[in-house]
Each structure stands twice: as structure tokens, then as C-alpha cells.
Design a protein around this ligand. Structure first.
Ligand code: ADP
Length: 424
């Protein structure tokens, strides 16, 4: 219910932002059209005041060009497929009108500079980037001709590159802005889709996975009659795969909880880290033995207490020790604890396959698995370290890693000690 509400909220939020974007665009278009029309009216008034010989001709020309423009806007809205061609008719009709007024009315060159700027801006907003560029080029050419025919002083020609530069900068900024905007929308959508998927998948997987485990345990315990050797071996294999699935489901669930901010609060309690870690090492011992690896715990005595969510830190440590065992074929795994400055450090050192140097910064990313382990066909999806780092972060600590390919890896978990804690 709560989720539905938040989905509805998100949906309406994205709708609202789309509406705002549309509204802003409409407003900008309206202002540009208003300026354009006012400018044409101003030209008409100025022509009347100047008592130009060509008054009527020019007024008719301006009216016709405005009429053509309005028809173009109407058609391009009605038939968007025609928009591409219509933009050039718009540019041509507007520049012809501006150039004709310039020629017959002997207007000041400054005024035409302004008119060209407005024209370029309106073409860009209404028809987009390509029309903007085309309009800047034609405007610069028309303005150049005007400067030439009126024998303008040479310094006025400086306006040509300036005109092109100012306009191009504006256009490029707008284009870049649009690209960034679209990219952000895409990223946010993808991220939200991922979060939704993880939340739905984890919630819906948890119950059937637990039910399968329950039934399998009934079978393997022999509650429903004894299984023969090969049936038992098959049932145990299903059980171990079910455990992998259950681990993955729990990781997905933890991620969805951390990402939606729901119940991310930690159940902090003062704890002795050696006790917490020993528990994890003991649980991993059978898996290490099965692979013929030596798993050793070397706790440092008299460590200060840490304020931690025991269950969550145990999940982080289980993943680190599990990885160390999983990615080590020969040698062993050593888990150590020590104190340094204001932190207790738990290290998991292995003599395994290691991690390629250039992939080290990426292994804490969601769903990332280094290339060198893929050939070993080990189960996993690349969520453990991502989750571990988030959990340790929430405790005010950090995880560091160092590794040499083919020689082994060391993961260090730093957890802040309780301030004022006396070493016992
Ligand atoms: P998973 O083990 O499920 O793939 P993790 O997030 O725990 O996911 O680890 C991410 C990746 O980091 C692993 O796929 C592996 O490439 C690398 N990695 C982690 N721990 C070790 C280790 N002890 N030795 C070698 N590579 C490791």
C-alpha cells in the first residue's frame, strides 16, 4: 500500500516535471512570438513615421511574411512530418522581409542587428538546432550585404563573427543543456526501474525460496521416510542451490531497503568485535575444510568495543570470508583483528586468484564481477561488496582492498570504536 502510494507519487512527480518543461517551453515560445510580432509592428510604425516612399509596399510585405509565418507554424504543428521543410520556408520568408525593409526603408544598421537576433532566436526555439544554424548563416550573410551596400565603417563588420559566435554559443548551450537533461532523465528512469525490479523480485522471491528450503529439509531429515543414497545426494544439491538463491534474495532485499531508505536504521549495540567475527569464522569452517583450505582466526586481545548492528556486520564479514574461500584454490584464509587510531580493523587475507589492478576500483559497484573469476564458474552476482560497503559506511567506517593477481587479496573493514572506551 505504502509502496503503491510512493509509486503513484513518483509517477505524478515525473508527470509534473514533464508538464513544467512543456509549460516552460510554451511560455518561452509565446514570449518569442510576442517579441517577433511587436517588432514587426514597430517596423510598420517606424515606416509610417519615416514617410517612406515604399510605405505601402513594405507594409504589405511585412503582413504577407507574417501571414506566411503563421501558416507555417500552424502546418508544422498539424503535420510534424513537414516541420523539417517548413523551417527553411520560415527562414527564407523572414529574412527576405527583413532584407527588403532594410533595403527600402534605409533603417539604421543597429536596428537590423537586433531584428536578426530575434529572428535567429525564434527559428531555434521553434524549429530546433539545425534551423538555428541555418538562420544564423543566412542572417549573417544578409547583414553582411546590408553592411556592404550601405558602405558601413569597417569596424561594424566585426559584428558578423560576433553575431555568429553569440548565437552559436547560445545554441550550443541549449543543445548541451537538452542533452544533459535527456541523459539525466534516462539515468533516473533506469535507476528507478532497477530499484523497482530489485524490490519486487526480492519481496516475491523470499517466501517461495523459504518454502522450498522447508520442504527439502523435511525430505533430507527423513521425516517422510528415508531417502536412498542417490536421492539424498540430489536433495542436498538442491538444498545448497536453494541456499545460494536465498542468499541472493536476502542481498536484493537489503539493497532495496537501503535504497528506498525504509528501515535503513541500524540496531546499534556495543559489541566485542572478536566475538562477532569468531562466530562468522566458525560458520565458514566446513566450507573451507571441504576445499582443503586453512581458515585461521587471529584475534588481537583487549580490543575496544564498537557500536554495531551485529547481524548486518556479520553479513558483511560472512560475504568477505565466503569470497576469500570461494576465490582461493590453494593455501588459506586468515582473518585478523587489530586496533589502529580510532578504528578497529578486521582483515580478511587470502592466497587466492586476486583481482586485476584496473578492476579494483570497480568491485564495489552493483552487479560488478571481475573478469578473472568468470572462468572459474563460481556462483555469485556481484552484490555482496556493494552491500557491504553501504553497511560499513552507515556505521561510519570503510572497507579497503589490496590485491595482487595470482597471489591473493586483503580486505580491511574499519569500524569506529566507541568514544571514551577504555581498553579492558
Ligand atoms: P560475488 O562474489 O557474488 O560475485 P561480491 O560483490 O562479493 O560478489 O564481489 C564482487 C567481485 O569482486 C567478485 O565477483 C570478484 O570478482 C571480486 N572479489 C571479491 N572478493 C574477492 C577475493 N577474495 N578474491 C578475488 N576476487 C574477489
Amino acid at each position: 500500500m505504502k509502496k503503491n502510494q510512493s509509486e503513484a507519487k513518483n509517477h505524478s512527480k515525473s508527470n509534473t516535471s514533464e508538464q513544467i518543461a512543456k509549460f516552460e517551453r510554451k511560455e518561452v515560445e509565446f514570449v518569442i512570438h510576442a517579441i517577433r510580432v511587436l517588432l514587426k509592428l514597430a517596423i510598420v510604425v517606424a515606416l509610417i513615421l519615416s514617410k517612406s516612399q515604399h510605405l505601402y509596399l513594405l507594409i504589405v510585405l511585412l503582413l504577407v511574411s507574417e501571414l506566411v509565418n503563421q501558416v507555417i507554424f500552424y502546418l508544422s504543428k498539424k503535420k510534424p512530418s513537414l516541420k523539417g521543410r517548413l523551417q527553411y520556408v520560415y527562414i527564407a520568408s523572414s529574412i527576405t522581409a527583413i532584407a527588403a525593409v532594410a533595403h527600402f526603408a534605409n533603417w539604421a544598421l543597429n536596428d537590423f542587428y537586433l531584428v536578426f537576433l530575434v529572428h535567429i532566436a525564434s527559428s531555434t526555439y521553434i524549429f530546433g538546432f539545425v534551423a538555428g544554424i541555418a538562420s544564423s548563416i543566412v542572417s549573417a550573410m544578409a547583414y553582411g550585404l546590408l553592411l556592404f551596400s550601405s558602405q558601413a565603417p569597417i569596424w561594424l563588420y566585426l559584428r558578423l563573427p560576433l553575431l555568429a559566435m553569440i548565437i552559436l554559443r547560445l545554441l550550443l548551450d541549449r543543445r548541451r543543456y537538452e542533452k544533459i537533461h535527456q541523459f539525466l532523465i534516462y539515468v533516473l528512469d533506469v535507476e528507478k526501474a532497477k530499484q523497482d525490479f530489485i524490490a519486487i523480485a526480492s519481496h516475491n522471491l523470499r517466501t517461495p525460496v523459504a518454502a522450498i528450503r522447508g520442504y527439502l529439509e523435511i525430505l533430507t531429515r527423513g521425516d517422510e521416510g528415508d531417502l536412498n543414497k542417490s536421492q539424498l545426494s540430489i536433495a542436498n544439491k538442491i538444498l545448497s542451490n536453494n541456499q545460494e538463491l536465498s542468499k541472493l534474495t536476502e542481498q536484493l532485499l537489503q539493497i532495496s531497503i537501503l535504497e528506498t531508505g525504509e528501515e535503513a536504521n541500524l540496531l546499534l549495540q556495543p559489541s566485542q568485535i572478536n566475538v562477532v567475527v569468531k562466530d562468522v569464522v566458525d560458520k565458514m569452517m566446513p566450507a573451507a575444510k571441504e576445499k582443503g583450505l586453512k581458515l585461521v582466526f587471529k584475534p588481537k586481545s583487549f580490543l575496544p568495543m564498537v557500536n554495531i548492528d551485529v547481524q548486518k556486520i556479520q553479513a558483511v564479514m560472512s560475504n568477505l570470508v565466503d569470497n576469500a574461500v570461494k576465490y582461493t584454490e590453494k593455501g588459506g584464509v586468515t582473518v585478523k583483528t587489530e586496533k589502529k587510531d580510532d578504528f578497529v580493523i578486521i582483515s580478511v587475507v587470502d592466497t587466492g586468484v586476486g583481482i586485476p589492478e584496473k578492476e579494483l576500483p570497480k568491485i564495489f559497484n552493483k552487479f560488478y564481477r571481475a573478469g578473472n573469476i568468470l572462468i572459474y564458474n563460481k556462483t555469485g552476482v556481484g552484490l555482496g561488496l556493494f552491500l557491504g560497503q553501504r553497511i560499513v559506511d552507515l556505521h561510519g567506517g570503510k572497507i579497503t582492498v589490496s590485491s595482487q593477481r595470482g597471489k591473493g587479496s586483503t580486505f580491511n573493514v574499519f569500524l569506529p570504536i566507541i568514544k571514551g572506551e577504555v581498553i579492558k
